[in-house]
Design a protein around this ligand. Sequence first.
Ligand code: HMG
Ligand code: MG
Length: 298
Amino acid sequence: QWPEFVQIKEVGPRDGLQNEKKLVATPDKVNWINMLSESGVKEIEFSSFVNPKWIPALSDAHELGKKIKRNPDVRYSALVPNMKGLELALEAGIDGASVFMSASETHNKKNINKTIDDTYPVLKEVVREAKIAGKHVTGYVSTVFDCPYEGKITPEQVIQVCDRLIEFGVDDISLGDTIGSAVPLQVEQLLDAVLAAYPKEKIIMHFHNTRGMAIANIMTSMQYGISRFDSSIGGLGGCPYAPGAAGNVATNDVLYLMHGLGIKTGIDEKKLQEAALFIQNKLGKPLPSKSLAYAASQ
Ligand code: HMG
Ligand code: MG
């Protein structure tokens, strides 16, 4: 009953680095992303075209877009909050634009400085222009289970946002457990509602591993037929506007799980491990992934 193939989007260079105090030099990022490009991963979210005052760690997005070596088999995407971001991102040569907003009013306000209602017209224009430019567009919805400020978020709140993003023309939706709080029961409740509204192929799950539940939540998602997941190499990362949030589920751990279950990912575990050790070395601290730590100790 498991999917034969699971599609992984590597978000380490974006979600992984956005909250890191230690800045990684642009040439190191270029080398690292080039390593990731050769690992077999089909999509890399390489940066964000946001206000550099808000996210200094990603202020080199434009230069990075110009300098990374493009593998034609990889889609290079980036977060884009508004038209200014889209213009810069297009200039830098993105293949995919990821727009983002929250199902929670307070988190949306803290993260992008707008109410949910005021965000819609901005994203509508970005999605339209990105599609005219021939780009793939993903719509992220954050805090789909719990908000660090408001508590429980209902599936109805999430569907309301998804409906608008789909109406604007996004190709797919990534549902974010921003603070890594969900347990499988919540995943079931959300997917019951979401998959009644949209085909499973359009849905990507984006789990943070704050409380160690991400792998369990991925298993539950696969029971619902979901086969697309976001993950971060080594488990690097966190959201700057969600206090205490840890990194995404580690790509290394997801690969260990998938390959052990006989599910293909197209990704070479060894190459991914090398890329993880490279960035771990640049950051000068161990990354959270357990399978990475084990493999590196052998
Ligand atoms: P704002 O301050 O409300 O924007 O920011 P503004 O339009 O009033 O402009 C203010 C200044 O920002 C101006 O500069 C603009 O030019 C500049 P000034 O005149 O003061 O010198 N500016 C920009 N500069 C570069 N690129 C841009 C841009 N836009 C405006 N695109 C904005 C609004 C959304 C830009 C801001 O709030 C921002 O950058 N927020 C960053 C949010 C962010 O990156 N959060 C983390 C990613 S989301 C996430 O991690 C969740 C996710 O992983 C899923 C999950 O886990 O749930 C996706
Ligand atoms: Mg995230």
